[in-house]
Design a protein around this ligand. Sequence first.
Ligand code: BG6
Length: 494
Amino acid sequence: MTETLGFCEETRPEGCGFVLFGATGDLAGRKILPALFGLCEKRLAPKNFYLVLAARTPMDRNALESRLWNIVMRTSPSTAPEVFSAFLARIEYVQADYGDPAFFKKLAARLTELDAKFNVKRKHLFYLATPPAAFEGLAGSLRDSGLLLDPKDCTCWSRVVIEKPYGSSLENAAAIDAGIKRAAHESQVYRIDHFTGKETVQNVLALRSANAVFDGTWNGRFVDHVRITALEELGLEGRAGFFEGMGLARDMMSHLLQLAAITAMDLPSSFRDTDFKAEKKKFFESLRIFSPEEAGSCVVRGQYAGYAAEPGVAGGSATETFLALKLAVDNDRWRGVPFYVRAGKKTGAKRTCIEIVYKKPDHGIFRDIDIGYPNVFSFSIQPEEKVDFSLISKHPGPKLCFTRRSMGLDYRLDEHDKAPYPTDYERLLIEAMAGDQTLFLSDAEMRGMWNFLSPILGTWQRRPQACPLHIYQDGTPGPAAAQELIKKDKRAWE
Ligand code: BG6
């Protein structure tokens, strides 16, 4: 069995009431409710814990139970009925009228009763799984009904969780943020990007921090370029309503930049949320914002051929389902090292990874022989969870020949490592219930993301011919132009 060494911390969530707004929506059904069930099933939820599901749809208890059963069966088909019953015992449904102050008064009164029943000390987490346009109104109504208490006032707390992309444009995101800030203090706002909750993403920082041999070479002196990939096999999955107005850039940019930030940021002096966020903020400040010309030449957008025929997609839709770009980080560590980033739907296979590609030797035996890039440090995030380091070694035998080899580390080495562990959403919900913001995005990161994305979206809108939409065949890794983007720098995706 693999042993843990010295430092070994476990975040413990505090007993609380969890209120899920938008409980009948797509996000709640696909991610949040399965995660809440997973926490209860794995006994990771706090002992004193209850759930209030709120949505506009009227729903009686039978309808609620069968809806939840279907959700649970999709993600955990072997669930025992008694485990499901224990989950149900913590849940109640309320029909919400988001525009009616009386609804929030009634909710506040009900939470007081539930606090008493479940022995919760006025600690409430409000998850806004609603369209971003509803965030400000919801947060304001929660404050007006006394549900967003200032955490400094007492030992109780109240927190608001929201999801990326936190808006639809730079201006709109700023307005939403200002609205939320009128209702809640930044320390109460938990901005989720579920990629930061992935085990293998956290391992990037763990490896860097603990193994000086790697972080010492983690800079432009040794690294030639960095590649970040988030390709998906799936297409729209019936989400045209959401995706048509959004597009892949808004949908995935936060994820991509979080992977880039965790790769490129300086190591924080501790894993405390304030130290961590301070370093991540510096990364966003160093990210070069594209000029309109660069937004054309450094970005490729694509759409899979079958997209137009997806149910709910408008004829002639120019919504992108693929994105490749070359970003630059203007700081001493990374100046001159391009970060090639790509993400796309219907690309034939799911693959999320980060690759640090070291420079070719420029002196010694291989000075004049092109052996490609001998050292590539790859973090496979999903579906495989591995770390590989490729290097050149002597080929066995009497001759002096060289061969490419790879040292691999399977993230889950033995059966013990494969034991049920929290998924990305489960992990983030635990952290939010524990009041640890390390894995959540600050307002500065959210602004940094929009500052970066805005000129790209502006160019697509104002000068679409500068960055044309390339159609790619379903099941292929994006358009040829994405290969060209990296090939013209004499590099390749792999
Ligand atoms: C979500 C996007 O945030 O991330 C989806 O809205 C995308 O479009 C998903 O499919 C990818 O997440 P994961 O964890 O499945 O890689």
